[in-house]
Design a protein around this ligand. Structure first.
Ligand SMILES: NC(=O)c1ccc[n+]([C@@H]2O[C@H](COP(=O)([O-])OP(=O)(O)OC[C@H]3O[C@@H](n4cnc5c(N)ncnc54)[C@H](O)[C@@H]3O)[C@@H](O)[C@H]2O)c1
Length: 252
């Protein structure tokens, strides 16, 4: 049996990187997937040839209205929501002294308020359904100062997601809703590709000496595999957990 048979999953930030890798993997493992992104045209293009049950929906994760619409769409299409992957997130490299109030608010909205909204909107449906798995994408930046040390608001937002994930895990365990988080290290995704970095080896050059495991950078599928484990019933007794996927960076 496929690992996500009969599961309905909403994935945010699915037009690129880890989100897109998760859509492909989840569909292959039998899930019915609601792939969402703010860049909905790009999303439709990149998911067009994925085999399996995948529908696309526009979701700006900072919009309460979009969240409500997407969850209704998922219910209409597939009858329920079992899994939410809060994957979308963006880092802007501004140190504490460089950051503006507008920039701070934008980053907190995009990386933290978004996760609050997604969980608040989806949990009542999961309660109705009798179970659920929520996976929040955090970052090593929430744990160690050397990760993304140029991004003050991002580190603070991801630290907030870390705490909010624990809060939700404890409060909704009684409803059989699990909440876990994933901590990527340096991973080759759209973020690096937009800066002309197209291979793990090239990205890894910047992390040699920092990340112990060659080629010193991961790929989107490494994270999608973590999402898969936490979405599946294989992790049915796991909640409030922090899964670090970083090639050993944080252990140094
Ligand atoms: N790549 C890394 O090394 C790394 C490290 C630590 C954490 N992360 C986290 O991993 C997650 C996925 O990032 P990625 O590296 O795959 O990035 P990516 O740039 O490849 O993909 C991010 C996606 O999010 C979408 N997006 C941007 N703003 C949005 C919004 N307001 N609403 C909905 N979607 C929006 C983009 O259109 C894009 O498709 C993020 O939460 C990021 O913070 C990445």
């Amino acid at each position: 049996m496929a690992r996500l048979e009969n599961k309905v999953a909403i994935i945010t930030g699915a037009a690129s990187g880890m989100g897109l890798a998760a859509v492909k993997l989840f569909a292959k493992e039998g899930a019915k997937v609601v792939a969402t992104d703010i860049a909905v045209e790009q999303l439709k293009e990149v998911t067009a040839f994925i085999e399996g049950e995948v529908i696309c929906a526009e979701l700006d994760v900072t919009s309460e209205e979009h969240w409500e619409q997407v969850i209704v769409k998922a219910k209409e299409a597939f009858g329920k929501v079992d899994v939410l992957v809060n994957n979308a997130g963006v880092s802007f490299h501004k140190t504490l002294l460089e950051e503006t109030l507008n920039g701070w608010n934008r980053t907190i909205n995009l990386n933290l308020t978004s996760v609050f909204l997604g969980m608040q909107k989806v949990i009542p449906y999961m309660q109705e359904n009798g179970s659920g798995s929520i996976i929040n994408c955090v970052s090593l930046a929430a744990i160690i100062g050397s990760a993304d040390n140029g991004a003050a608001a991002y580190a603070a937002a991801k630290g907030g997601v870390r705490a909010l994930s624990k809060h939700a895990a404890i409060n909704f365990a009684k409803d059989n809703i699990r909440v876990n988080s994933i901590y990527p290290g340096a991973i080759l995704t759209g973020a690096a590709e937009r800066h002309g970095v197209t291979s793990r080896e090239v990205l890894g050059k910047a992390f040699e000496g920092t990340i112990p495991l060659p080629p010193f950078a991961g790929e989107a599928l490494d994270i999608a595999n973590g999402y898969l484990y936490l979405a599946s019933d294989e992790s049915k007794f796991v909640t409030g957990e922090e899964l670090i996927i970083d090639g050993g960076w944080s252990s140094k």
